[in-house]
Design a protein around this ligand. Structure first.
Ligand code: TXA
Ligand code: MG
Length: 319
């Protein structure tokens, strides 16, 4: 069994001994290790079964640690960091040579963020190194928003999950890189495009599904349950068209009734997209365990956090 505990001192011991610990963040849990330890970083890739071409995000204790790993800071990156850190924003910046190639998959850039979770901020404050941490799920599967999700995935292969409760945001960080001085949004996430535009003005979007992606969070099939999943505009029509299937529904506001609906998760009765986002992955984890024939998700309103929700739902579908 994995140790699931709030004991920060114990987590520090494991990390100082080059082991991997799952850590809570405001977005999802991460599988964390010392960026300078080849042993720890290799264990992260091995646990996740993640290809080495897919680089990791470096988690910093605060903006003052940025100069340790980043060589350049475009003006708009500075503005973004000031506006959103600590918080769910990842910046892709030119790296310093000391950041190991294993962490960045040999790229010239490093992805960095300051997570906004009290437990993990206290942890980072007590370490002499930043933490490399991808989401704490096997490659391609649903991201974890609770310690139990992580423990179920890795069992005794993982030494410890640092308990930090349910992740407040529930969807991964927004990723922004730079083409010279110009910002490019690579992954929709917990900070909305609207909020980014308010902070720095217009931004180019490169968030399409890709097979050989620039940022592999963009992989076409990612965040996927084992159960076949569809996103549809007209859920009642799907239910009528598939009378003999055991259907599980993922809905925004209102439950539905029909004999072939075997389970349903309503994400926000009040119609609040932030609430729906925070509950999305837990609902998918739950539905995926029920041996349904199919999970059918409703297409969400394509605005604010709805954009990131639709992005993750589209990547959860098998095509
Ligand atoms: O909210 C989050 O970002 C969570 C928590 C744990 O911080 N982390 C997370 O990590 O979602 P991960 O590894 O699942 O996704 C990180 C994404 C990947 O798509 C990776 O390809 C991209 O960031 N990435 C990392 N470094 C990069 C780089 N130098 N250039 C381009 N993309 C990069
Ligand atoms: Mg991930």
């Amino acid at each position: 069994m994995t140790l699931v505990s709030k004991d920060i001192a114990r987590a520090i011991e494991f990390l100082n001994a080059e082991d991997v610990v799952a850590i809570p963040t405001e977005t999802v849990y991460g599988l964390a290790g010392n960026i300078y330890s080849e042993k720890a970083v290799k264990k992260i890739f091995q646990l996740k079964q993640r290809p080495f071409f897919n680089p990791l995000i470096v988690h910093l204790s605060g903006p003052e640690q940025l100069s340790e790993v980043a060589a350049e800071l475009p003006d708009k990156a500075k503005k973004l960091a000031e506006s959103f850190w600590p918080g769910p924003l990842t910046l892709i910046l030119k790296k310093k040579p000391r950041v190991p190639d294993l962490v960045t998959s040999g790229k010239e850039t490093v992805a960095v963020r300051v997570p906004n979770h009290p437990v993990t901020l206290e942890l980072l404050d007590n370490l002499d190194f930043p933490l490399a941490a991808p989401s704490a799920n096997p490659f391609g599967s649903i991201s974890p928003t609770a310690s139990s999700h992580v423990a179920n995935y890795f069992k005794e292969k993982l030494s410890m999950v640092l308990e930090g409760g349910t992740c407040e945001k529930g969807i991964e960080s927004t990723i922004i890189g730079f083409d010279g001085e110009e910002p490019v949004l690579y992954r929709l996430g917990s900070i909305t495009v609207e909020e980014i535009i308010t902070a720095i003005g217009p931004i180019q979007l490169k968030t399409k599904k890709e097979v050989a992606p620039e940022a592999p969070g963009m992989l076409a099939r990612h965040y996927a349950p084992n159960t076949t999943t569809y996103v549809v505009e007209d859920v009642p029509q799907f239910i009528t068209d598939h009378p003999n299937q055991k259907i599980g529904l993922l809905l925004f506001q209102k439950p539905l009734e029909a004999p072939n609906i075997k389970a349903q998760e309503v994400l926000s009765r009040q119609g609040v997209l932030e609430e729906a986002a925070s509950r999305l992955y837990a609902a998918l984890h739950k539905l995926d365990k029920l041996e349904l024939d199919v999970i059918v998700a409703e297409k969400f309103p394509d605005t604010g956090m709805g954009k990131a929700i639709n992005d993750r739902l589209n990547r959860a579908t098998k095509k």
